[in-house]
Design a protein around this ligand. Structure first.
Ligand SMILES: Cc1cc2nc3c(=O)[nH]c(=O)nc-3n(C[C@H](O)[C@H](O)[C@H](O)COP(=O)(O)OP(=O)(O)OC[C@H]3O[C@@H](n4cnc5c(N)ncnc54)[C@H](O)[C@@H]3O)c2cc1C
Length: 346
């Protein structure tokens, strides 16, 4: 046993798997550099995988050793604790991609979503243009049913190949994933470990590549106009039904609100920017303050869209970190702003 109470790293099975694939186990590597927010403490152990079979083998072996495993894609939807992550972090850089007959595209789960969108458009396959500005990997996008500009993963995913907690590899049709607004059965999996997405196949439709490029250029221009650059996690809170989280935060007068190195963007209030030296604790403090003030003003409880992972100081009391998760809409304060149309990207 290690000081953290987990089995020592690597256990026998993991050591064998690492040898089989010629992989290094790095210890105590700060994870900030693997996230878009540039925030996150050290992983007990970090392995970077580039082959789908290695991803399955390494995770299965770590599970067999009793180690907690966190699979990290682009790190664009996770807030990693300043204390870091116990057990093994597997950084998914599996990039193989195959175009098959009839608009079918098979992608390893580590393929970057914007790359996939671009390559499909080049070949005249439409349906993934919305993904051009969504950072992160296919695996993360499937887990969270990523979407933008009226499209989402649910609209084009045919099937996924999963490593199930029992260690088996299985292919599930998309409709078994219960894909919903930024969620899926994988994200809400009730027990640990959660399945790992190894690969996904998409079913696309033939389209004129020039039209696809035009659509993608328009989406990118829209993002540049409406979303801030810099280090962030994209949208921090889910849009409550019928409302736009960013507009509620803005209407509560919270643009520019700051905790340490983290600030509510002046351009898009649902984005928090890390100005360079921000911490995960500061992000959580800002989330809590924004939730409190929006609730007081409009009676709407904003629910986090991002996932908190790793070891938090107050884990025993409140693993969610932010004040509360719960029902949206309350009896307090002014009625929320009028309904909005398409919340757009992010
Ligand atoms: C600037 C910016 C703009 C954004 N805009 C959008 C947007 O328009 N629409 C949108 O939906 N999202 C948006 N996001 C959020 C984010 O890009 C998506 O949620 C993305 O799909 C996350 O993918 P990832 O690979 O980065 O996942 P990560 O952040 O690495 O992981 C997210 C979760 O998925 C799990 N996971 C990752 N890979 C796997 C796998 N292979 N198997 C099992 N579990 C896995 C992780 O353990 C974690 O729980 C934005 C983020 C940023 C920073």
């Amino acid at each position: 046993m290690s000081a953290s109470g987990f089995p020592a790293l690597p256990g026998e099975a993991l050591a064998r798997a690492l040898r089989r694939w010629g992989l290094d186990l790095q210890r105590g590597v700060p994870l900030a550099r693997f996230t878009t927010a540039r925030i996150g403490g050290p992983a007990d152990g970090l392995v970077i995988v580039e082959e789908v079979e290695a991803l399955a083998d390494v995770v299965r072996a770590a599970w067999a050793d009793g180690l907690p495993v966190t699979v990290l894609g682009g790190g664009s939807n996770v807030l990693i604790a300043d204390r870091g992550v116990r057990g093994l972090v597997v950084l998914n850089r599996t990039r193989p991609l195959r175009f098959e007959a009839d608009g079918r595209v098979w992608a390893a789960s580590g393929v970057l979503l914007p790359t996939l969108a671009r390559l499909c458009a080049e070949r005249g396959w439409g349906g993934l243009e919305w993904a051009i500005g969504v950072p992160g990997t296919v695996g993360g996008a499937v887990v969270g049913n990523a979407g933008a500009h009226g499209g989402d993963i649910a609209g084009c995913l045919e099937a996924v190949t999963l490593l199930l907690p029992e260690g088996e590899v299985a292919t599930w049709p998309a409709d078994r994933l219960a894909l919903g607004y930024r969620t899926s059965r994988l994200k809400t999996w009730p027990t640990t470990p959660r399945p790992v997405v190894l690969a996904a196949s998409f079913l696309l439709r033939p389209a004129d590549p020039e039209r696809l490029w035009e659509r993608m250029a328009a989406f990118s221009a829209y993002r540049r106009r409406t979303q801030p650059g810099g280090s962030s996690l994209g949208s921090m809170f889910r849009n409550p039904p019928g409302y736009h989280a960013g507009r509620l935060i803005e209407a509560a007068g919270l643009k520019g609100l700051r905790r340490g190195g983290i600030v509510v963007s002046a351009l898009h209030a649902n984005f928090f920017i890390n100005e360079g030296n921000g911490t995960a604790a500061e992000v959580r403090a800002l989330m809590a303050e924004v939730q409190r003030r929006v609730f007081e003003r409009f009676g709407v409880l904003l629910e986090p869209e991002i996932e908190l992972i790793g070891e938090w100081e107050d884990e025993a009391e409140d693993p969610g970190g932010c004040p509360v998760r719960g029902e949206i809409g309350g009896a307090r304060g002014e009625p929320p702003l009028g309904p909005v149309g398409d919340p757009g990207a992010g």
